[in-house]
Write a protein that binds this ligand. Structure first.
Ligand SMILES: *Cc1c(COP(=O)(O)O)cnc(C)c1O
Length: 360
C-alpha cells in the first residue's frame, strides 16, 4: 500500500484500523456468509449493527434520551432545507449567523421557507473571524437560531457555544463533530454530513430534541420529516446501510482511543503544531484570527502564489495529498480530522520547512 497522508476536506481520510476491519469483514460479516452491503436492513444482523452504532454515538457525545439520533441521507445540504421545514413550527423567522461559505448556503436555502434574520456576519472581514456574541442582533421571536461551529472552507471554528435563551440552537457540525466533547443539551438540533469526521459519504447524522419534531410545514415530504424518520428508527426507506456500518466502526475506534476527551487533546496538539510552523515563518501565512482558528481545517498561503503549483507537486511526491485550498479562497488547506495521524501532521510540517528552505 502506498504510504500517503490524505489531507482532503471531504470525503476525507478514515482511520486505518477501521478500513482494515471493514476489509476483513467485507465478504463475510461475523459468520453470516454475507457482506453488510448485501443484508436486509430489517434483518437481525443489520439491526444489531444499527443499534450498536447509535448506542456508541450516544455514549461518545453523552446524548440523553431527550434526543432522537437519526441516520439519514441527503448530506448536510438537505439539512439546510429540513431544518426550516421542521423547526419553524408555525413561526415565520429564524436567526442565522454568517461566518463563511457554509453559513451562506444554509441562509440562502432557509430563505426559501422563512425570513432570515442575519444576527451576525463576518463577511466584511472576509470571514477570518467570529463576531463576539455581544454584537449579535438576536431576535427572541425567531423559531430557532442556526450557526456553523466549524467553517470547513474558511478554517474558522467556534470554541464556545452561543447562548440563545429559549430559542433552540441549531448547529451544522459537519466538519467538527466528534473532534472534541460538546454539551449536546445546549442544542435543539445538531446535524453533520458523515464524510468528514464520521464515515463515508452518503450518511447524514441528525441529533434532534424530541419536543421539536412533528410540526412540519404543510406539504413537507415524509422523507423530509424528522418525526417520520424517528418513528421508523431511521428506516422509513432503505437506509445507507454500508455507510451506517462504517460509521459504527469509526465510533468503536473513537471509544478505543479514549473517547472525545482524548481526541480533543490529540486534535489540539496536531493543530497547534501546524499553526506554530505557519506562525514561525514569514513564508507561510494563515489569514484566520488566532482566537478562532479551526482544529480541523487549516488554510494557509505561500509568500507568492506562483509557488503554489510547485508546492503541491512536491507535496504529492512526498506522499502528502489533497492540500490544494478551496477554489473560493486559493492557497492551501490541510484538513486534519480525527483520522489524520499525528505523524501526518509532522510529515507536512517537515515538508513545509524544507520547501521554505529551498524555495523561500
Ligand atoms: C461539507 C459540508 C457541508 C455539505 O455537506 P454535503 O454532505 O455535501 O451536503 C455543509 N456544511 C459543512 C460545514 C460542511 O463541511
Amino acid at each position: 500500500m502506498a504510504d500517503i497522508y490524505n489531507f482532503s476536506a471531504g470525503p476525507a481520510v478514515l482511520p486505518h484500523p477501521v478500513l482494515v476491519r471493514a476489509r476483513d469483514e467485507l465478504l463475510d460479516w461475523h459468520g453470516s456468509g454475507m457482506s453488510v452491503m448485501e443484508m436486509s436492513h430489517r434483518g437481525k444482523e443489520f439491526i444489531s449493527i444499527a443499534e450498536q452504532a447509535e448506542a456508541d454515538l450516544r455514549e461518545l457525545l453523552g446524548i440523553s434520551s431527550d434526543y432522537h439520533v437519526l441516520f439519514l441521507q441527503g448530506g448536510a445540504t438537505s439539512q439546510f432545507a429540513m431544518v426550516p421545514m421542521n423547526l419553524l413550527r408555525g413561526g415565520k423567522q429564524a436567526d442565522y449567523v454568517n461566518t463563511g461559505a457554509w453559513s451562506k448556503k444554509a441562509i440562502s436555502e432557509a430563505r426559501r421557507y422563512c425570513s432570515v434574520n442575519v444576527a451576525a456576519s463576518s463577511e466584511s472581514t472576509k470571514f477570518t473571524t467570529i463576531p463576539p456574541q455581544a454584537t449579535w442582533k438576536q431576535d427572541p421571536a425567531s423559531a430557532y437560531a442556526h450557526y456553523t461551529p466549524n467553517e470547513t472552507i474558511g478554517g474558522v471554528e467556534f470554541d464556545w457555544i452561543p447562548a440563545t435563551g429559549d430559542v433552540p440552537l441549531v448547529a451544522d457540525m459537519s466538519s467538527t463533530i466528534l473532534s472534541r466533547p460538546v454539551d449536546v443539551s445546549r442544542f435543539g438540533l445538531i446535524y453533520a454530513g458523515a464524510q468528514k469526521n464520521i464515515g463515508p459519504a452518503g450518511l447524514t447524522v441528525v441529533i434532534v430534541r424530541k419536543d421539536l419534531v412533528g410540526n412540519t410545514l404543510t406539504g413537507t415530504p415524509s422523507m423530509f420529516d424528522y418525526k417520520e424518520h424517528a418513528d421508523n428508527d431511521s428506516m422509513l426507506n432503505t437506509p445507507p446501510t454500508y455507510a451506517w456500518y462504517l460509521a459504527g466502526l469509526v465510533f468503536q475506534w473513537l471509544k478505543a482511543q479514549g473517547g472525545l476527551d482524548a481526541m480533543a487533546v490529540i486534535n489540539e496538539r496536531k493543530a497547534g503544531k501546524l499553526y506554530a510552523a505557519i506562525d514561525a515563518s514569514d513564508f507561510y501565512h494563515c489569514p484566520v484570527d488566532v482566537r478562532c482558528r479551526s482544529w480541523m481545517n487549516v488554510p494557509f498561503t505561500l509568500a507568492a502564489e506562483a509557488l503554489d503549483a510547485d508546492f503541491l507537486a512536491g507535496a504529492k511526491a512526498a506522499g502528502l495529498l489533497s492540500l490544494k485550498g478551496h477554489r473560493s479562497v486559493g492557497g492551501m488547506r490541510a484538513s486534519i480530522y480525527n483520522a489524520m495521524p499525528e505523524a501526518g501532521v509532522a510529515a507536512l510540517v517537515d515538508y513545509m520547512k524544507e520547501f521554505e528552505r529551498t524555495r523561500g
